[in-house]
Design a protein around this ligand. Structure first.
Ligand SMILES: [Zn+2]
Length: 269
């Protein structure tokens, strides 16, 4: 599933290619793609609109239109939002397409057709994302913020990092890697992590995500889809039973909140 870095890479590419373009017409492959809205609302609401900006919030891509509305795109499992040179040459897996002036098209290419597109008033966005915590790469996510939410929680620190209401969209692989870098055992109670290691954890989260965005941008330059797990240079994620790169003890795996957590019992306390 695309995580924050892939969605950020897609957002930047669409911004570069489509910002400033006008939408001539729109097509949606089936009603469910706009659920709980009606595809007709999206067709009518986007026609003639100019794309003013393309931003990301959590794993949502937000395409701001000049009439005061915004297209919200969620890629789900296999979606990819991209711009093609000729709207007539869209692949059969394009589930939504927006013909742009000049004949290009912004398409939601999605083999499994699980992605979603909805249209909202820009003024509704704050309410729409009211359950989403600060962006981990945004100005609100400071070392002090992380220290504050950790001090208030007796949950295992890994589950704290995965709670979208506290931090938006930090994916499993990046939470696992950041905890390894900071030397914190994923099952440690958040309030017992210690001030110094929490500062290290904050730096590791930001550093890991920036590295992952760079690797996602490079990967999207290649044709076809890709899996972040294949291209991101993970130290412990997916390495159960392998020797830790730092201390040579064997990497372990456990389940937390239904997800796999990998850690080194030598390096993480
Ligand atoms: Zn180790």
């Amino acid at each position: 599933m695309p995580e924050l870095p892939e969605v950020e890479a897609v957002t930047r590419r669409v911004r570069r290619m489509a910002a400033g373009a006008r939408i001539v017409s729109a097509g949606l492959y089936r009603a469910g793609i706009a659920a709980p809205q009606n595809p007709e609302k999206i067709r009518r609401g986007t026609r003639g609109q100019r794309i003013e900006a393309v931003e990301r919030r959590g794993k949502n891509i937000l395409v701001f239109l000049d009439g005061g509305s915004v297209l919200r795109v969620h890629l789900r499992m296999t979606g990819n939002l991209t711009v093609i040179a000729d709207h007539r040459l869209r692949p059969v897996t394009a589930r939504a397409w927006f013909e742009l002036d000049g004949g290009r098209a912004m398409i939601l290419d999605d083999p499994r057709a699980l992605g979603r597109i909805t249209l909202h008033k820009t003024a509704e966005l704050a309410k729409l994302f009211s359950n989403l915590g600060p962006e981990p790469l945004g100005p609100e996510f400071t070392p002090e913020f992380l220290a504050r939410i950790a001090a208030a929680s007796r949950k295992p620190i890994k589950l704290l990092l995965m709670d979208q209401r506290l931090i938006a969209g930090l994916g499993n692989i990046y939470a696992v890697e950041a905890l390894f870098q900071a030397g914190i055992h994923p099952a440690r109670k958040a309030c017992r992590a210690g001030a110094g290691r929490l500062r290290a954890l904050h730096a590791a989260i930001v550093g890991t995500l920036k590295l992952a965005i760079d690797s996602a941008i490079k990967a999207y330059e290649l044709p076809g889809g890709f899996s972040e797990e294949e291209v991101f240079p993970a130290a412990v994620y997916g390495r159960e039973g392998e020797a830790c790169l730092r201390c040579r003890r064997l990497v372990r795996r456990m389940k937390q909140g239904g997800r796999s957590t990998y850690y080194c019992p030598g390096c993480q306390k």
